[in-house]
Design a protein around this ligand. Structure first.
Ligand code: HPA
Length: 284
């Protein structure tokens, strides 16, 4: 029965958002598809300062766009240039834990597809499960484990991609290599590991962190994977990076996980991550 199928946005909803965005950018300069879309995670919004010749579009102006409520997240699309490349940054993303459905969480990615985005760069703040990881470290995401609902559940629109999309290489191997080269040339150490995504909003118990470590995860967070799945569904190559904002193992007796500390640690490491992204964009 039709009514039992989970709600999906009609194609026109994505089109209306894309049209509005194109028109707003065209008020400032000739429209050109973004070479890359960059999603800025918790505390990482400052990367937007690197963008030149900006057109800033608040989410609240865009038809059908959800609004951003999470700590450390603004709600703007910022078009402009980084390293001579045409980019759009999402300053603030939507999380499942805020109460959005997965179709809302991933809505912007499909709008980016309609706008012709060539690459998706995703960033996030994450807990460091791997014993070697320290607060402020960076991790290239080489794979993920999804413990959230899958955003593709519901009727499939073949115009975006297939019913059963491949996930053998969710993170583009040549972008990973490029990131390693860029980081080395800048003298920044980067780890390469597996990101595990839960719904949040509660942080994990010590036993959950240990469970994730034994499952093969290096870092844990509450975002990113939905956007990556939807981007890969429609064929957009993805690069992902986590900033390690808190230890997720071997807790001291007086240690507590705190959202403000997470945003602060991300903010402090944002510069390093930004310089790697900029270097990658220059080289691409
Ligand atoms: N767990 C889940 N999400 C997070 C964490 C964590 O420890 N740190 C930053 N985001």
């Amino acid at each position: 029965m039709e009514e039992t199928i989970m709600n999906v946005y009609p194609m026109e909803a994505y089109e209306a958002s894309a049209e509005y965005i194109k028109n707003r950018v065209s008020e400032n300069r000739q429209w050109q598809a973004p070479f890359a879309c960059i999603i800025l995670g918790s505390g990482l919004g400052r990367m937007a300062d690197m963008i030149e010749n900006k057109t800033v579009i608040p989410y609240k102006d865009i038809p059908n766009f959800p609004q951003s409520t999470a700590a450390g997240h603004k709600g703007n699309l910022i078009f402009g240039e980084i390293g001579g490349k045409n980019v759009v940054a999402m300053q603030g993303r939507f999380h499942y834990y805020e109460g959005y459905g997965m179709k809302q969480v991933t809505f912007p990615v499909r709008v980016m597809k309609m706008l012709g985005a060539g690459y998706l760069f995703v960033s996030n703040a994450a807990g460091g499960i791997n014993y070697d990881y320290k607060v402020g470290d960076l991790m290239i995401i080489r794979d993920h484990i999804n413990l959230m609902p899958n955003p593709l559940v519901g009727r499939n629109d073949e115009r975006f991609g297939p019913r059963f999309p491949d996930m053998t290489r969710p993170y583009d191997l040549s972008l990973i290599r490029l990131a390693e080269e860029a980081a080395a040339s800048l003298g920044h150490k980067v780890w390469k590991g597996v990101y595990i995504a839960g719904t949040g909003p509660s942080y994990e118990t010590p036993s959950e962190y240990e469970f994730f470590r034994r499952a093969g995860a290096d870092a844990v967070g509450m975002s990113t994977v939905p956007e990556v799945i939807v981007a890969r569904h429609s064929g957009i190559p993805v690069f992902g990076m986590s900033v390690i904002t808190n230890q997720a193992h071997h807790f001291a007796e007086d240690f507590v996980n705190d959202g403000d500390d997470v945003v602060r640690a991300a903010d402090e490491a944002a510069g390093k991550m930004t310089s790697i992204f900029v270097e990658m964009l220059k080289r691409l």
